[in-house]
Design a protein around this ligand. Structure first.
Ligand SMILES: Nc1ncnc2c1ncn2[C@@H]1O[C@H](COP(=O)(O)OP(=O)(O)OP(=O)(O)O)[C@@H](O)[C@H]1O
Ligand SMILES: [Mg+2]
Length: 309
């Protein structure tokens, strides 16, 4: 039986440009849960761990905290990732349980609040790269920038806040994830890349950053020694010269010359490609980057840009 870590991108949680209401997110998550359940029924996987991003949601929580600071003290950024693990995790859990009952899949679904250890000297703390929260146009950006607290990135004609995004070294709850997944439960873990912590005198301390869930997905996939890492995102493939020319990269073989990917954005596509390469070089069998709809119809679970040894 194949084992898999499936990483859900923001697109699987909320459509681009759609208002981030609870109802809109639940609707999109329900569609994603349906695709995942169909995939599980077709392929009869053993271990299944689902990770997910939280870029838009953690940025929105950040804004909520900022706007209400006159009445309530804001929570630190790392605690907002904890909140999004619970909210996105609960929605996904509920939707999967519903789809499993409909398709007669007899599996538990568990959400594991996950911490990821990072190095306090990670150079990522020197330059913010991870986009979070809403998009701003030029006028909105002028107003936004008055706080002076953030850096911004230009993404497809609009602007977004960026925060530091250190690499995860290990996931603290990996033992629990393994036990649950081995018992047959579908485990939702590593949400939003994990709550970033560093070692401290009292054990672990949270740090204000957002880890890219693609790296954490790889850390979990390699630690569990699964066969496959599937990264579900908006584009159908990694493109060679994005966004000018959408020539798809279909296959990447680790020991062979790498297709020339001319543009790989920090904080979006680069973490995915690096995560897949690392997974394969650690002994993983296959890694895919592509759209969730293609995964549903994929033969043998292979879709999008495929990485192999
Ligand atoms: N070479 C490339 N090929 C395809 N897409 C690319 C490339 N370089 C950058 N991108 C961008 O990467 C985006 C996908 O990464 P992104 O981080 O936005 O999504 P995600 O990881 O699925 O979701 P989230 O980070 O919100 O959880 C695409 O929508 C596209 O804009
Ligand atoms: Mg991303």
């Amino acid at each position: 039986m194949e084992s898999v870590v499936v990483a859900l991108g923001g697109n699987a949680i909320l459509g681009r440009g759609v208002k981030p209401t609870y109802a809109n997110q639940l609707k999109r998550i329900m569609e994603s849960a349906k695709s995942i359940a169909i995939g599980i029924r077709r392929s009869r996987y053993g271990i299944i761990v689902i990770t997910h991003g939280n870029g838009p949601q953690v940025g929105d929580e950040f804004l909520r905290n900022e706007y209400s600071r006159k009445v309530l003290p804001p929570l630190p950024l790392h605690m907002l990732t904890a909140e999004t693990q619970a909210t996105i995790g609960a929605m996904l859990q509920r939707c999967l349980l519903y789809e499993f009952s409909r398709l007669h899949i007899d599996r538990d679904v568990e959400v594991v609040i996950t911490h990821a250890l990072v190095n306090k000297n990670d150079t990522a703390f020197e330059k913010a790269t991870k986009p979070i929260g809403p998009f701003y146009n030029r006028n909105e950006l002028k107003n936004e920038m008055k706080s002076g607290a953030f850096d911004y990135v230009h993404e497809q004609g609009r602007y977004r806040r960026v925060v530091a995004s250190p690499k995860p070294l290990k996931v603290l709850e990996i033992g629990a994830i393994k036990k649950l997944a081995s018992s047959g439960a579908v485990v939702i873990a590593g949400g939003g890349g994990g709550i970033p912590v560093i070692k401290s005198r009292i054990g672990y301390a949270g740090v204000d950053a957002v880890i890219d869930k693609d790296y954490t997905s790889q850390v979990i996939a390699s630690a569990l020694d699964v066969d496959r890492l599937s990264i579900l995102t908006e584009p159908e493939y990694v493109y060679m010269d994005f966004p000018k020319n959408k020539m798809p990269v279909k296959n990447v073989r680790l020991g062979r010359p790498m297709p020339e990917i001319k543009f790989m954005e920090e904080g979006t596509m680069k973490p995915k490609v690096e995560a897949c390469m690392q997974f394969i070089s650690n002994g993983g069998n296959k890694a895919c980057i592509g759209n969730i709809k293609n995964m549903e119809s994929a033969n043998g679970g292979v879709f999008g840009t495929v990485f192999r040894k």
